[in-house]
Design a protein around this ligand. Structure first.
Ligand SMILES: [Zn+2]
Length: 375
């Protein structure tokens, strides 16, 4: 009898020679099994790695009827909501934000960034804060447009929410970053101040400054907007809130401090007091999304600057613009809401690390709702 381990395997050995052969087979099979398990584990890791590399930064453009509310969900599932739309309307905008947040699989908002204190941006905060937990508020500080009663009231209502909340509060400063994992979110503008130095890779002279006549300084909260650039690997996106033409000129002339962008969230809902050629042609976006309302933003001149931009492959609008009429609106398949009022369709944009972009129009869900634009 052979005295070997495991005993059960060798208990029927009846000769030394046969037993040796069985031992060899046992070790060969064991090594084979180990190699197979190890290869499978490597493949599994590779697949996991590949999936995580290809996970997009997802951006939802929520219809708040001409205000702004843009929800970013990072590949690691952190959330950054930029603005909250209007108050009133029976909590319409907060309800729409909550519905999209649920679609995105969120039960809280990590960061809520308020670009400025106009009522179409900060107005929805009291309603929203009652519906979903908010981890950190980011804003530019105090209301600079105290002569505007509606703006002052909106700011005071926002202060009450901050005072009663246990959330953190960050005062936005140009050049600083919002702490997101895997995505760099740089603050470009805040309270009328701008980044001093160009972003990495930017800093070239901007040849489009000559196409942008100087305009007098905007004295409202618009010029105080907190603007951000998000960088996800090679992909770049800019959202400057309602930053105005005069500030764009400071930011982009004579030196282009932003550099090229894959995605432009159209400033100021496509209103003509923003969106200069110095900005739009300077960043030369490949995709632009305009968060206009039926009767707010979507100005023909601002629309045309975007449409003629050299690298543009696709402009989408949250609404058909009445003032754009038949000449200055994109085709219906790129408009989320063909009429104002109670539509509430959203646009979802997926930004991949190589700069590829997929845009989904929720109005066309089930039809040809999705378009992909490769780098
Ligand atoms: Zn606005």
């Amino acid at each position: 009898m052979c005295l070997s381990i495991p005993v059960r395997f060798f208990q029927f050995c009846y000769s030394l020679r046969r037993c040796g052969a069985r031992i060899a087979i046992f070790f060969l099979v064991s090594i084979g099994l180990i190699l197979a398990i190890s290869t499978q584990a490597q493949n599994s890791n590779f697949r996991k790695k590949k999936i995580s590399i290809e996970t997009p930064l997802t951006v939802y453009f929520i219809d708040v009827e001409g205000g702004q509310s843009t929800l970013f969900v990072t590949p690691s599932h952190q959330s950054l909501l930029v603005d909250t739309g209007w108050p009133d309307h029976a909590g319409r905008d907060a309800a729409r934000i909550l519905a999209v947040a649920k679609l995105a699989g969120l039960d809280h908002i990590d960061y809520l960034l308020i670009t400025h204190f106009h009522i179409d941006h900060v107005g929805g905060v009291p309603n929203l804060a009652q519906k979903i937990p908010i981890g950190t508020y980011i804003d530019h500080g105090v209301n600079r447009e105290t002569g505007n009663a509606a703006t002052q009231q909106a700011w005071e209502n926002y202060q009450k929410v901050l005072a009663h909340s246990h959330a953190r509060h960050i005062l936005a400063k140009p050049g600083e970053s919002i702490p997101l994992a895997g995505v760099t979110a740089t603050i470009i503008s805040a309270d009328g101040n701008l980044i001093d130095t160009p972003l990495p890779g930017a800093g070239e002279p901007n040849s489009y400054c000559k196409d942008s006549p100087a305009r007098s300084p905007d004295e409202t909260e618009n010029a105080r907007s907190v603007g951000i650039v998000l960088q996800y690997d090679k992909a770049r996106l800019v959202d400057l809130g309602d930053l105005t033409w005069d500030k764009e000129m400071e930011l982009m002339c004579p030196v282009n401090k932003l550099g090229p962008m894959d995605v432009y969230i159209v400033s100021h809902h496509g209103t003509a007091i923003s969106g200069s050629p110095a900005l739009v042609d300077g960043i030369a976006p490949r995709v632009a999304i305009m968060d206009n309302g039926e009767n707010k933003g979507g100005s023909p001149s601002a629309w045309e600057i975007i449409e003629k931009s050299l690298r543009l492959k696709g402009l989408w609008q949250l609404h058909f613009s009445t003032q754009g009429g038949s000449q200055h609106n994109v085709t219906a398949d790129r408009i989320a809401n063909l009429q104002g009022g109670s539509d509430g369709n959203y646009i979802r944009l997926s930004l991949y690390p190589d700069g590829a972009v997929t845009v989904f129009n929720s109005r066309l869900a089930g039809q040809a709702a999705e378009r992909t634009i490769r780098p």
